[in-house]
Design a protein around this ligand. Structure first.
Ligand SMILES: Nc1ncnc2c1ncn2[C@@H]1O[C@H](COP(=O)(O)OP(=O)(O)O)[C@@H](O)[C@H]1O
Ligand SMILES: [Mg+2]
Length: 286
């Protein structure tokens, strides 16, 4: 753990960055050995960033997101909110899961409660934290509208398409008003048209709410359509960050603009090399 800056109790100044310093995660594998999934991950995510993590399948993207969520402890290094009060730096380590972070998973079918309708699914978190029905209504209305589900509030998950289920997940995360939305390949299982529509809507929601988003994907186009910064991870084991770029393109973006195509090529070279390494490693292990 870093000891250079003293943690302070809940400063009134909002955090300015989420800092991952020399993060390493080691799992115990099924044979009792150690498996280092990620190592030497040092990134700084500014408040309001849309930070995309790209990498080959199995490289450790979900692991990193779970560490930020606090679902798993880091093995080495630290993850903390950081900022300055005047010129005094402060750090507040994340200690486990918290309402300041909400996770959105790829598989909405598993994430939603099948016995609750859309509205009840979205209201579940605030209710759990003591919000009463009446007080909840304005926010419930706001976020159901934001994700385009107002007209479907009384439907049950089994009546919804994959895209609509993901909308429920997004509303359910937003209503908790977290500082950070963590999204783990949320649109990967959707058809191309639904995926594109939800990407556009997410870009709009990000602009409207100013949320910080950490978004995992294996799709370069998606990362460049959405992200303000895109990081490419190496193939595992012991994955680290190989490349990080800033995307200074206004929203809405077009994947056919010259600047976009140039950035695609820049990332493609790195990602393809890592995908090949990952495949070669998998073939050797088989
Ligand atoms: N709980 C766990 N126990 C042991 N190994 C794990 C665990 N979670 C993930 N791993 C391993 O860590 C590596 C990275 O997994 P993951 O983060 O899910 O990759 P990605 O999301 O990039 O596809 C994989 O080899 C996976 O098998
Ligand atoms: Mg994953």
């Amino acid at each position: 753990m870093q000891t250079d800056v003293q943690p302070v109790s809940a400063p009134s100044t909002p955090w300015q960055s989420l800092r991952l310093d020399h993060v390493r995660k080691v799992f115990r594998d099924s044979r009792g050995g150690d498996y280092a999934a990620v190592r030497e991950i040092s990134i700084s995510i500014s408040r309001g960033d849309f930070y995309c993590l790209l990498g080959p399948s199995g490289c450790g993207k979900s692991t990193l997101l779970n560490l930020i969520a606090g679902f798993e402890p880091v093995s080495e290094g630290s993850i903390a909110f950081a900022g300055e009060i005047g010129d005094q730096p402060w750090r507040k380590p994340i200690g486990g899961a918290g309402v300041d972070r909400s996770m959105i998973f790829q598989d909405a079918g598993e994430a939603l409660f099948p016995w609750l309708n859309v509205e009840e699914n979205v209201a579940f978190g605030p209710r759990l934290h003591g919000a009463s029905g009446q007080a909840l209504l304005p926010n419930l209305d706001r976020y159901l509208r934001m994700v385009g589900l107002k007209e479907h509030a009384h439907k049950f998950p089994f009546e919804l398409s994959g895209g609509m289920k993901q909308r429920v997940q997004i509303a359910r995360a937003l209503i908790m008003e977290p500082d950070i939305l963590l999204m783990d390949e949320p649109f990967a299982a959707l058809d191309a048209i639904t995926k594109r529509l939800l990407q556009q809507e997410l870009a709009r929601i990000w602009q409207e709410t100013g949320k910080t988003i950490v978004y995992v994907t294996h799709d370069i186009i998606e990362a460049l359509l959405l992200g303000t910064r895109v990081a490419v991870m190496t193939a595992g084991p012991a994955a680290t960050i190989k490349q990080e770029i800033e995307v200074r393109l206004a929203q809405p973006r077009s994947s056919t603009s010259a600047d976009f195509v140039e950035l695609t090529k820049l990332l493609e070279a790195t990602l393809h090399e890592e995908v090949h390494k990952a495949r070669a490693a998998q073939a050797q292990a088989a």
